[in-house]
Design a binder for this molecule. Structure first.
Ligand code: SF4
Length: 400
């Protein structure tokens, strides 16, 4: 039976100037394993390039941004298991580099795997066999109230906060409270990791998690990375009230759907320290919104931006261009909305170009296919809106 594992965050290749996020998945796995007497070492290759202590197992998280650097990792003197968002949606890729891949929630499968459960009986596991690749069925999703609070303290958290400070001018750290998303936008592979649905720790435990992170250093605030903060309105309002009750003073940022806000809710969020909300507007074309299964209207997006700004919270508007089936006419409508929003509001536009994510509905339907609009045209549209923001705010990207 193994009793030690090194959890590794590989180097993340990103556009210059992006902060390095605290690997929250590894923090949660660590707490789960330590609670069960497994010795855990941490190595973040963004800050140190060698693994100092040999262990029985090596657990490596990965995102799209670390796909390339995975290829350059050292040989490990032990068994290797990959997990995280990208391995969950494309396990075959990672089985070229490691012994196992865990798809989806990793706490229980990694514990079972490294403590000797037969791999064929370990849920969520993928591995190679003499006849091909075995993908074991997924196990039940975890009750987040039974998980320990992530072991943030195993990481030198202020190093991560410093990378936010260097790039954004604020000492922030990310945190994830709830897991999952009940929606199914066709370009998104979120469901691969946490399933379609939404689970959350109690509001009290959620604020305990935030407070633990805040107590680890002098932070300006936290970035609540839940894909859908406030899917459950009562839960998110209870969190705001608990922050106010505990008199915690910090700034925070979150993601919400455009149809989940109201003046009263925004006022409560602001009182609790929320300074900015990011919304997925995605497109200025209703045809595209319907085609990506966003289940919202262009007008609802405009209204959310106006209401958020009116309540003293900075709105961010995310857009995705170049999805399968999108045409020049739809792109032009999106550009019109960008210009109109920037004319009328102090909003930050966050555009991105569609990337076919294995695990998404679009990937299943269209594979690597993207829209007929050329890459140059999409990049030109992005350049123009970023230039407009630079003229207006002095910076072309999000300050958060
Ligand atoms: S884009 Fe956001 S709302 Fe849509 S499925 Fe993904 S996480 Fe959920």
């Amino acid at each position: 039976m193994a009793n030690s594992i090194t959890l590794i965050n590989p180097t993340s290749i990103d556009e210059a100037g992006q902060p390095i996020p605290l690997p929250l998945g590894l923090a949660s796995l660590s707490a789960y394993l330590i609670e069960r007497d497994v010795k855990v070492n941490i190595c973040d290759m963004n800050f140190k390039n060698k693994i100092e202590e040999e262990t029985d197992w090596y657990g490596i998280t990965s995102t799209l941004k670390s796909r390339i650097t995975i290829k350059e990792m050292p040989e490990f003197n032990g068994r290797t298991v990959f997990g995280g968002p990208d391995p969950s949606s494309d396990p075959e890729y990672y089985l070229e580099f490691g012994d196992y891949v865990i798809r989806g929630e990793g706490e229980k499968p990694i514990y079972e795997l490294i403590t000797g459960t037969d791999p064929s009986k370990t849920s969520n596991l993928s591995y190679k066999t003499s006849t091909g690749t075995q993908h074991n069925p997924k196990g039940p999703l975890l009750d987040l109230n039974k998980l320990p609070i992530p072991a943030y303290e195993l990481f030198d958290v202020m190093k991560y906060a410093d990378t936010y400070d260097e790039t954004k001018g604020l000492r922030w750290l990310p945190i994830v409270l709830a897991r999952g998303c009940p929606h199914n936008c066709y370009f998104c592979a979120h469901g691969c990791v946490f399933g379609i649905g939404w689970r959350a720790p109690t509001p009290k435990k959620s604020v305990d998690m935030i407070e633990k992170l805040l107590n680890l250093g002098e932070l300006d605030g936290v970035h609540i990375g839940d894909s859908m903060f406030g899917y459950n309105i009562d839960w998110s309002e209870a969190i705001c009230r608990e922050i106010i009750r505990r008199k915690l003073k910090f700034m925070w940022f979150c993601y919400k759907r455009v149809d989940s806000i109201s003046t009263e809710r925004l006022a409560l969020m602001k009182k609790a320290g929320c300074i900015s909300i990011s919304f997925g507007l995605e497109s200025g074309s209703q045809k595209t919104l319907d085609a990506v299964n966003k289940r919202q209207t262009v007008d609802a997006g405009r209204t959310a931006i106006a209401l958020t700004e009116a309540n003293g919270i900075i709105p961010l508007a995310n857009f995705i261009v170049g999805t399968p089936g999108e045409t020049e006419a739809e792109l032009e409508k999106t550009e019109e909305v960008w210009n109109d929003l920037l004319d009328k509001h102090d909003v930050i536009i966050v555009p991105s170009i569609y990337y076919p994510l294995p695990g998404s509905v679009f990937y299943k339907r269209h594979g690597e296919q993207v829209s007929e609009i050329s890459r140059e045209r999409l990049e030109e549209a992005m350049r123009r809106v970023k230039m407009r923001m630079k003229e207006k705010y002095g910076t072309s990207g999000s300050v958060l």
